[in-house]
Write a new protein. Structure first.
Length: 307
């Protein structure tokens, strides 16, 4: 079996719980060169807008939600950087961070439908535009997520025919389960059999966030996910989280040994590995000195595994 390295990364520039690195075009160009150096072929903008913040101008959103000024069209910048380097770009939709949390899923979908049409008209001619990402992440079917994601997947499929990616999380740790107990792999299997049945024909790839389980149980959850998706035509990817959930601050780069364990564990079960996210947590250009060290340790790991 050929060892699978990380061949894609999210970009989180409309940051929610990680700091902005305040990069401009020069810094972003250098980072995209780093993607190529790492052997990546896929870039996923995790969201093109969140609440009042947008990565590009959008009348569809600003007509419905009060938004901050957009000083740089990051979507155009990222598409151009991808095109120049032969990278494929997945466009993450708009997350209101408001309506769907209040069970107003219809408004969330309505805003995004206008946003999708606007974005496709503006950027759809870019040869780097290869797919879509649905940013409304949950661990189950709560908050009408199946209605939101199936409606949005249908919209982008009907308009563009391009593939759709999701990256949900396991409810496999106490800090994620909150007052509930973590869900067992068997319970995860039952929940996701129902979800994948709804996503069949709409979602093309699913990359579970791999650090949302106990390190020692990742293989069990991965196997359960593969079983739940069997026969649904949904490719199994893995989202190798390069940040650490176990530290008292949110969030530093992960310990390289944790990353190595998770990469080793998912090898037999997934078709592709992407990460959240290289620019902050595993880059020689990062604001975090330890991210620069993780970049070197990761290169050493891959050299060892592929020799």
């Amino acid at each position: 079996m050929t060892y699978k390295k990380i061949t894609g990364t999210f970009i989180d520039e409309i940051t929610v719980d990680i700091p902005s690195q305040n990069w401009g075009p020069e810094e972003w160009a250098r980072e995209f060169d780093t993607f190529v150096e790492l052997g990546m072929d896929t870039v996923v903008l995790i969201r093109a807008g969140c609440g009042e913040r947008l990565a590009c101008p959008s009348k569809a959103v600003s007509d419905r939600v009060a938004t901050l000024p957009v000083y740089v069209d990051l979507v155009r910048l990222f598409l151009d950087l991808c095109e120049a380097r032969g990278l494929g770009f997945h466009f993450g939709l708009y997350d209101s961070n408001h309506f769907w949390y209040r069970h107003d899923w219809r408004t969330e979908v309505e805003i995004n439908k206008g946003f999708i049409a606007e974005m496709w008209e503006r950027y759809g001619d870019s040869p780097a535009f290869k797919g879509w990402y649905l940013p409304h992440e949950t661990t189950d079917s709560s908050l009408r997520i199946l209605d939101i994601n199936t409606a949005l997947a249908e919209e982008v499929k009907n308009l563009t025919g391009l593939p759709v990616l999701i990256s949900p999380y396991y409810m496999g740790r106490q800090d994620i389960a909150g007052s509930l107990r973590p869900r067992t792999p068997e319970e995860h299997l039952r929940v996701w059999e129902e979800i994948f049945a709804r996503y069949e024909g709409l979602v093309d790839a699913c990359a579970f966030q791999d650090a949302t389980t106990d390190l020692l149980r990742l293989e069990e959850y991965t196997k359960a996910t593969v079983e739940a998706a069997r026969g649904r035509g949904i490719a199994m990817w893995s989202n190798a989280e390069t940040f650490d959930r176990d530290m008292p601050i949110r969030f530093p780069p992960t310990d390289w040994r944790k990353l190595a364990h998770r990469l080793d564990t998912v090898q037999p079960y997934v078709e592709k590995i992407i990460t959240f996210e290289s620019p902050h947590f595993m880059s020689p250009n990062s604001m975090w000195p330890s991210a620069r060290a993780l970049y070197r340790r990761y290169q050493e790991l891959i050299a060892d595994r592929t020799r």
